[in-house]
Design a protein around this ligand. Structure first.
Ligand SMILES: [Zn+2]
Length: 214
């Protein structure tokens, strides 16, 4: 948790943790999935009054955008070892990429996506409606002891990268006046859709690390 305030660059104000996310570039992007299960999030991309598209997590019940029929997109996230940056990062993509990862699980020897790298090939013009993602697995191979050590030291708890905004924060982002709270003890709204049923990452991590050697 952050302690107190600090002066940051203006570049840091858009997303507090953008550096944690894996950048999918045109061409080949290779990574090793480290999460046992994907983490589901619902994301709004909203054009604000200045014409700029802003991204934020759907706060769930009472969301002003959902109320005006602007549906959030379903996204999935896993912790990965990005082979290009050699960093532990979060891979967040939609069903197009994750559906392909799921299909690889049906191949004998490829049931556990943590046992091989995936290569995501991005092609197309790069616009929202003209971008293709193709997912190919590499032959299964164990992580080296050095890689396991590095992952242990740099592992990201995926929950920490996804903090639900409050309704007032969303209203502010989309240019609506925040509501004045009626009761001083208004509880934060938690949505079922945006919260994972469980967080297997931390619990299974030790087991996973011990399995990796074999
Ligand atoms: Zn919403």
């Amino acid at each position: 948790m952050p302690e107190g305030g600090k002066i940051v660059s203006w570049d840091d104000t858009e997303s507090a943790s953008s550096g944690q996310f894996m950048d999918i570039e045109h061409g080949h992007n290779q990574a090793r999935i480290l999460s046992q299960n994907p983490y589901e999030v619902w994301v709004h991309w909203h054009k604000n009054p200045e014409g700029k598209t802003i991204r934020f997590l759907c706060p769930g019940s009472g969301c002003p955008l959902c109320s005006s029929n602007e549906s959030p997109s379903r996204r999935f996230a896993v912790v990965v070892l990005n082979r290009k940056t050699r960093k532990v990062e979060i891979l967040e993509q939609g069903p197009m990429v994750f559906g392909q990862i799921k299909n690889k699980k049906k191949i004998t020897g490829y049931e556990d996506p943590r046992r091989y790298d995936i290569v995501i090939t991005k092609s197309g013009k790069g616009t929202m409606h003209d971008t293709d993602y193709d997912v190919t697995p590499t032959p299964p191979s164990p992580l080296t002891p050095e890689e396991i050590d590095f992952i242990k030291q740099n592992y990201i708890k995926i929950e920490t990268a996804y903090k639900l905004p409050s309704l007032d924060e969303v209203k502010q982002l989309i240019g609506l006046a925040p509501t004045v709270p009626v009761a001083p003890i208004s509880k934060p709204v938690v949505s079922v859709g945006t919260t994972p049923t469980s967080s297997p990452d931390s619990a299974d991590l030790d087991k996973f690390f011990s399995e990796l050697g074999g």
